[in-house]
Design a protein around this ligand. Structure first.
Ligand code: PHB
Length: 367
């Protein structure tokens, strides 16, 4: 393979209001390194993102928008003043090195456990157990039947996202990504298997999309659509408590057409799955090709790409950018490695969710 084939990866691009130096995006990944009581970002987290600042864009790990949003241990937040302050070191480090970083805003909904909520039930669209496991301080625990959110709780949750988005901008992030993928709260509202509401947040396709679109209405007014990306996983099936049905594709067709009206920074489509059933690159490309016909804005796609098939997907016009997850864990200088056709380090799974620098900030650069 000659490096010439990879040229599309290194073309600058504008997404929203920001100029990205290349089309190589660092995918959002939970790394569980926020190990204090206040759920702060810390110097180790700043070092980790700083090491990866040559990415065209970094999308942060999922960050909880409120205590109610929690469903994993050692995940940072963006709802308190101290948390907002703590992220400034991260964004300054990335910017000093010429990078850009969006904050991924996350609410786990029913993929949580009463242990995170002083014994109260996790919030979800409907009282339907996803029958998966949540990662609590006592280890893996079976999920429970969650509490169906009332209208007041829906309103509060939207304002939690609003507050976190404002905090993200205050902390110096270049924008926010709404995590509406992987079976978490927004995805739960979208999916029939998780949402049997009979009010105007459930039932029809329009109603199941209502919660996400209403959140976007508020956030675009508050921080501007050009500062917002949305992540979806339209083909998720039999993972994270989500099962596809006849209305799944039409739901995403409707939703993604609606997203055209916002002029967002980007739409991020993923084929990620918790089981071994993640979509193949071919399946992700087929899915992206379908939604590319509907979506008029900038597109990022994800899951299992290498430099060559990523460059090809961009060159063919299937996507504008490609995000890389696991390769970014083990290769802080992934851009340089792609550019110079250098070998790619293999990531050590045993330290993906562990504590401290090992397997986090100690992967070598090629130099
Ligand atoms: C995980 O920690 O395994 C995880 C978190 C968020 C996701 C997907 C996976 O969207």
């Amino acid at each position: 393979m000659t490096t010439e084939n990879l040229d599309p990866l290194f073309e600058p691009i504008t997404a929203g209001h920001i100029e990205l130096n290349n089309r190589i995006v660092m995918a959002p990944m939970t790394r569980n390194r926020s190990d204090d009581e206040e759920h702060l970002a810390n110097d180790l987290i700043a070092e980790y993102y700083g090491q990866r600042a040559t990415a065209g864009l970094i999308i942060s790990e999922g960050i909880f928008v409120s205590p109610d949003a929690a469903g994993y241990i050692r995940v940072p937040g963006l709802y308190t003043k101290a948390q907002t302050e703590s992220w400034k070191t991260v964004t300054e480090t990335v910017h000093r090195k010429g990078g850009k970083i969006f904050a991924q805003l996350w609410h786990t909904g029913r993929i949580s456990h009463p242990d995170f909520h002083d014994g109260r039930l996790p919030l979800a669209p409907s009282a339907i157990n996803p029958h998966v496991q949540a990662y609590t301080k006592n280890g893996l625990a079976d999920t429970v039947i969650p509490k169906a959110m009332n209208l007041e709780e829906i309103k509060t949750t939207i304002s939690d996202f609003d507050n976190a988005a404002i905090n993200a901008m205050k902390a110096g992030f270049d924008g926010v990504e709404i995590h509406a993928a992987n079976g978490y709260l927004f995805h739960q509202f979208l999916a029939k298997c998780a949402n049997n509401r009979t009010d105007n947040y459930g039932g029809s396709i329009e109603n199941r999309c209502h919660f996400l679109l209403e959140t976007l209405d508020v956030l675009t007014t508050e921080i501007g659509a050009e500062n917002i990306g949305v992540r979806l996983n339209p083909d998720l099936n039999d993972s994270f408590g989500i099962t596809m049905d006849d209305s799944t594709r039409p739901t995403f067709d409707y939703l993604i057409e609606k997203l055209n009206h916002y002029d967002l920074a980007y739409l991020h489509l993923s084929g990620f799955s918790k089981s071994n059933a993640s979509s193949s690159v071919e399946e992700v490309i087929a899915m992206a090709a379908h939604f590319r016909e509907i979506y008029k804005g900038k597109l990022i796609i994800n899951r299992g790409f290498d430099a060559e098939n990523a460059a090809k997907a961009i060159q063919k016009g299937i996507t504008d950018m490609v995000s890389f997850g696991i390769p970014y864990i083990a290769n802080p200088d992934l851009v340089e490695r792609f550019r110079n056709n250098l070998p790619i380090n293999k990531a050590d799974r045993s330290t993906f969710y562990s504590v401290g620098a090992k397997g986090y900030t100690d992967y070598p650069t090629s130099k």
